[in-house]
Design a protein around this ligand. Structure first.
Ligand SMILES: [Zn+2]
Length: 879
């Protein structure tokens, strides 16, 4: 067992750096058995540092130190100390040049932090603290320097040598080696450093910026993937244009590069001028990638590109401010995706992620504010709270200020802080200064963890024509935080009359021209609003468009929900009413309050299916029943098998009752042969695949034939995977096995498609049994060193296959604990991500909760547990 606890780092301990680095000159000699890194730093004392620092301290991790020189003179061992995680150079002058030579072994780096090898190429990942695995350096984001990087390697094996900035020099060396030198004119923190060396092909394009500069755009991939870059390139160009038009942000270097890497812990990384992407977030063709992958690629390319301003030009002072760049950039990429596709569908997807996964995180043992105040391992804080809730917080500022003042605020923020490392508070301050609004109370969104609960009650005074709405807010306690203060919440409201139209919201009896939608601003624990001049009791449409990341408690009747499903002018709330209705029906079955499935749910779905005049993109979303994960999140004490059973019963009942409508929907949305990425085309594919999966769910023979034909004839991966998924989740064993085997035979040489093949099995109720999962781990295509493969089997099984993972004997939990321990030795970041389903043990009823806790304890007791997993497991087991 670990003898010492990892240290907790506190925001309150922040001090400005004692030394600044103006310039970094790097020289990499890359070999098969390792790499030598020569680093020359131009260092000076920071005039803002309080007190006098005698020694220079640099961070390091797993480095072999070869030499240290100061101003050209090699230092004896008495002048410095190599403490492993720190290099301390004693008695340094005020200004000096420091040269450090280190030896590292990228070929043995399985953590995938720092410099490592993937599919024969060298690549880097430095955020958050990977640069210290390359050389000794003040590895903190508020030390910003200009980098010049020379990369040397064998010419034949590594013809392409890349780093940040512009390519300024290249040439031949002895022994068949060559070099390229890159210079980045913009000061940057070391987490944005990148290097790539490999045998790659290039997809090239140009973009002319709003001021008329031509930018050289390049996507580098392995030769076999050359034909799968078009969508990423188009997405990049659309992102560059959008950021000019919507935020006035122009690209600043002459060249912008993306490199696809197979082994990558994250989705992608926004290194200045040289973004490095997980292959799965770049490569796509209609034959190999489904619609969701196309949309994800577009969003991630945009996200990383947008970081050039929100993250790189203006960066974070320290890692507690991570949401400064992530929350804002997720908000920006969500705006881009909404503009490129269907805004309502995008909002539904974002809200679903918030309500299912972020609310769960907010209520769990790792709950933390958008700006945390402490951490042990920063890698554990790349969370939904930092990213998604952070984006919701920026979105609320946008709602409160309106688009024009928000843009004024973002302009001021970029102008005021260009080239600086700043805090979330600086961001809010820029918004305040530009708009004249006081966001003092609003700042609590950054400081207080937990999801606010709004309890809404109403009554109608028919004589006076007044409708009264009472709203109370409460924020639950979370680890380290109790008795929280009310937050500033924008609450978008509509009131519907019995004819389904929006009524005017008159806050005063004599208010003329009252709007039919208002954003009420909640700032107190309790508010009462009166709406005048109403002749009937309205149906309220609350928190329209998910205007704030809150839970809402209001006693809707099923009639009201059906009414809103049919009439709400807000597309998001139409969808939401359908979800609430389905949840209500499923929960009644779980509790045993109702014997059968409410006929009104069936009829509501029937009208969705049979009316082609409705917005089909919205209908496609409305037909998705609430997920099992969401039902778990809503439960006080979740009985996993009961939830699965009740949801399955509802699905059975709907599919049986609506068989005719489903077949008709399937035919109506047939494939016309072309592959378009419009909201309409995506909706049509979604509808036909939903219809197919429902019909196969009830073992429909005719549908099984349709699925087989669709599987064979599909012109794109969405339909092929739709048919395969339906078969894999059906009772037709022979057909299922035949399709799975055929799929593997066809696609075994394409790693991204094989990942989909693993996932569809790991998520399957029928195929995803524990024994089968173990067989997948032994499959020749599975690779423990590849995070995508690990996620596609273990991550999907534990995160998406409720019924098979939550077995009453605890076998699923023991399995997961074993895999976490195994991965902890090679890749602790991935191990820490995988363990998260077990951390939710308090949420589950017995026997599940107790057995999850036991499995978690077995991880805790592993010898030599990494800091990453240690933090999560200990916080989760804490009483
Ligand atoms: Zn990001």
């Amino acid at each position: 067992m670990r003898t010492s606890q990892p240290r907790t780092i506190y925001l309150s301990e922040y001090r400005v750096p004692a030394f600044l680095v103006d310039h970094v000159d790097l020289r990499f000699e890359l070999f098969e058995n390792g790499a030598r890194v020569h680093s020359t730093l131009t260092v000076r004392r920071n005039p803002e540092y309080p007190g006098v620092a005698e020694h220079l301290e640099l961070d390091g991790d797993s480095l072999k130190l070869e030499s240290v020189s100061l101003d050209g003179i090699e230092l004896g061992a008495d002048r410095y100390q190599d403490q492993g995680d720190k290099l301390v150079v004693q008695a340094v002058p005020d200004k000096f040049g420091l040269n450090v030579v280190t030896w590292i072994e990228p070929q043995n780096n399985t953590r995938l932090e720092g410099l490592y090898k993937s599919s024969g190429m060298f690549c880097t990942q430095c955020e958050a603290e990977g640069f210290r695995c390359i050389t000794f350096f003040p590895d903190r984001p508020d030390v910003m320097a200009r980098f010049r990087t020379r990369v040397e390697a064998d010419r034949e094996k590594y013809p392409v040598l890349l780093s940040n900035g512009n390519d300024v020099d290249r040439g031949e060396l002895a022994d068949g080696r060559h070099f390229v030198t890159w210079e980045d004119p913009f000061p940057k923190p070391c987490y944005l450093f990148a290097l790539v060396a490999g045998d790659l092909v290039l997809k090239q394009d140009t973009f002319t910026t709003c001021s008329g500069r031509d930018i050289d755009l390049r996507i580098y991939v392995e030769a076999r993937n050359a034909a799968k870059c078009d969508h990423a390139m188009d997405s990049l160009k659309r992102s560059m244009r959008w950021d000019e038009e919507v935020y006035g942000r122009e690209y600043d270097l002459d060249i912008f590069m993306i490199v696809a890497v197979d082994d990558f812990n994250m989705g992608a990384m926004e290194n200045k001028g040289l973004n490095i992407f997980n292959s799965s977030c770049v490569l796509a063709s209609p034959e190999t990638a489904a619609d969701t992958a196309f949309q994800r690629i577009e969003a991630i390319v945009a996200h990383e590109y947008f970081h050039n301003w929100s993250g790189n030009r203006v960066t974070c002072r320290d890692w507690f401010q991570l949401s400064l760049k992530e929350g804002f950039t997720v908000f920006r990429d969500a705006g881009f995706s909404a503009d490129m596709g269907s805004p309502t569908v995008k909002r539904i997807e974002d809200a679903t992620l918030m309500r299912t996964a972020q609310f769960a995180e907010d209520a769990g043992p790792m709950s933390h504010p958008v700006r945390p105040s402490s951490y042990m391992e920063i890698s554990n804080f790349y969370t939904l709270t930092i990213y998604e809730k952070g984006a919701e917080v920026v979105r609320m500022i946008h709602t409160l200020l309106g688009p024009e003042l928000f843009r004024k605020g973002s302009d001021l923020y970029f102008e005021r802080h260009d080239g600086q490392a700043v805090t979330t508070d600086d961001f809010v301050k820029a918004m305040e200064d530009a708009s004249g609004r006081d966001l003092g109370q609003f700042r609590l969104w950054y400081e207080q963890a937990g999801t606010p609960l709004l309890t809404v009650r109403d009554d109608f005074d028919s004589e006076a024509g007044i409708y009264r709405l009472t709203i109370e807010q409460a924020i639950p306690d979370s680890p380290g935080q109790t008795s929280k203060n009310p937050q500033h919440i924008p609450f978008a409201l509509g009131l519907l009359g019995s004819d389904g139209t929006d009524l005017p919201l008159r806050l005063f009896a004599d208010e003329n021209d009252a709007p039919s939608e208002r954003v009420l601003e909640l700032t107190a624990a309790r508010h009462e609003f009166e709406f005048h001049g109403l002749s009937e009791r309205p149906v309220p449409s609350l928190v329209r468009g998910f205007s704030a990341p809150v839970r809402v408690d209001y006693p809707w009747t099923r009639e009201q929900l059906i009414f809103l499903m049919n009439h709400d002018g807000d597309g998001f709330n139409r969808w939401d009413a359908g979800q609430r209705l389905a949840v209500d029906v499923i929960q009644a079955l779980i509790r045993g309050d109702e014997e059968g499935v409410d006929e009104r749910l069936v009829e509501a779905y029937r009208s969705l299916l049979s009316d082609p005049s409705l917005d089909q993109a919205l209908v496609a979303k409305m037909l998705q029943l609430p997920s099992e994960a969401y039902l778990v999140e809503l439960a006080d004490s979740a009985d996993a098998q009961a939830i699965h059973g009740a949801r399955t019963r509802v699905l059975d009942c709907l599919a049986q009752a609506l068989r005719g409508e489903l077949l008709e929907c399937y035919r109506r949305n047939g494939d016309d042969g072309s592959y378009q990425l419009t909201p309409e085309a995506i909706a049509a594919r979604s509808l036909r695949n939903t219809a197919l999966s429902w019909l196969l769910h009830i073992g429909d023979r005719e549908a099984c034939g349709l699925a087989q034909t669709q599987y064979q004839d599909a012109g794109n991966m969405t339909d092929r995977m739709g048919a395969l998924r339906a078969l894999v989740n059906s009772c037709f064993v022979t057909e299922r096995e035949a399709a799975l085997n055929d799929f593997y035979q066809c696609w075994q040489d394409d790693p991204q498609v094989v990942e989909q093949w693993f996932s569809v099995q790991a998520a399957s109720l029928q195929a995803g049994t524990l024994n089968h999962i173990r067989e997948l781990l032994a499959h020749p295509a599975f690779d423990w060193k590849n995070p995508n493969k690990v996620r596609s089997v273990i991550g999907v099984f534990a995160g998406q296959n409720l019924a098979q993972f939550h077995q009453a004997d605890g076998s699923g939990y023991i399995f997961l604990a074993e895999q976490v321990c195994r991965l902890d030795d090679s890749n602790p970041q991935i191990a820490a991500r995988l363990v998260s389903p077990l951390t939710r043990w308090r949420k589950f009823a017995e026997p599940y909760g107790g057995k999850m806790k036991q499995a978690l304890a077995s991880v805790r007791d592993k010898e030599g547990l990494s800091k990453d997993v240690f933090e999560i497991v200990h916080k989760s087991l804490k009483e």
